[in-house]
Design a protein around this ligand. Structure first.
Ligand code: NCD
Length: 307
């Protein structure tokens, strides 16, 4: 049974295929309106979410399917002490595919081993978030015309920000990538990401605290929120939370065609005054996420022989 736990579970050919499917859905949504008729998606969210859960749900409805699930651990049997494995064995009896978000790194992988239906990782702790990366990839593809020869700056909480880890992994497979890793000292990209991805693949990268200095070089600026829920103490969070705030003034040094991305939710990292700048792409990412999730649900259900 094929599950998607890590963005690298998809080959670059498969990413290209999913991007093409998403583009086709955007062009001809009516052609897809009944593809998952009568099938059920379960959304098992043990952690808060707006976009990821609702976009999975909207995606399944737009494919003609149904949705069951829960949106907090407290309303599931996890609150009684049930294991993730037992929960997904149970849900496999009701649903054709599962999207799971969990605060523990690796929980969706454990779930995929116990489930008899495909499991999609909708975010596991500070580790990975492959479907956010799929939304990011479709956005980059549509805005920049492809994935090669890009200089990407990721900025903010690069330690706990799972979307950044998945994005670095995904982009590391395309030619001509250069990375700027912009963060406070305490929130640098984990060394395993640098060692296993950037160094291993010989990708040029600059690690810096200086957003303004990096700005003129960037084709893509990917802002992130400081991940409050993963901090051990509130004082550190309060000290670091406003490390980077993107303002129209700072955008003056950016390329005219640089795009600004953010997985959202935004707290304070991007001034609302940027929202009207044509380079602001974060709400396009939200919409693109729904199309890529539609493409992924279809692909996994086809491979499982369910549709
Ligand atoms: C992200 C996440 O959950 O990791 N949100 C999302 O899914 N779009 C980013 C975040 O919470 O900061």
């Amino acid at each position: 049974m094929r599950s998607i736990i890590d963005i690298l579970d998809l080959s670059t050919d498969e990413i290209a295929e999913l991007v093409q499917t998403a583009q086709d859905i955007i062009a001809k949504p009516a052609d897809y309106a009944e593809v998952c008729h009568g099938k059920k998606l379960a959304t098992l969210f043990f952690e808060p979410s707006t976009r990821t859960r609702l976009s999975f749900e909207a995606a399944m409805y737009e494919l003609g399917g149904h949705v069951i699930g829960f949106s907090e651990a407290q309303s599931s049997s996890a609150a009684k002490g049930e294991s993730v494995a037992d929960t997904v064995k149970t849900v496999s009896c009701y649903a054709d595919i599962i999207a799971m978000r969990h605060p523990k790194e690796g929980a969706p992988l454990v779930a995929s081993r116990a489930a008899s239906v495909p499991v999609i990782n909708a975010g596991d702790g500070g580790h990975n978030h492959p479907t956010q990366t799929m939304a990011d990839l479709l956005t980059i593809y549509r805005e920049k015309g492809g994935f090669e020869n890009l200089t990407i700056g990721v900025c903010g909480d690069l330690k706990f920000g799972r979307t950044v880890h998945s994005l670095i992994n995904a982009m590391s497979r395309y030619k001509g990538l250069k990375m700027y890793l912009i963060s406070p000292e305490e929130l640098k990209v984990p060394s395993y990401v640098k060692k296993d991805v950037l160094k291993k693949k010989g990708i040029p990268y600059v690690q810096t605290t200086d957003l303004e200095g990096a700005m003129p070089e960037l084709d893509v600026l990917y802002m992130t929120r400081v991940q409050r829920e993963r901090f051990f103490n509130e004082e550190d969070y309060l000290r670091l939370k406003d490390s980077y705030i993107l303002t129209p003034d700072k955008m003056k040094n950016a390329k005219k065609d640089m795009i600004v991305m953010h997985p959202l939710p935004r707290v304070n990292e991007i001034s609302v005054a940027i929202d009207d700048d044509p380079r602001a792409c974060y709400f396009k990412q939200v919409l693109n996420g729904k199309y890529m999730r539609m493409a992924l649900i279809m692909k996994l259900l086809k491979e499982a022989g369910t549709i």
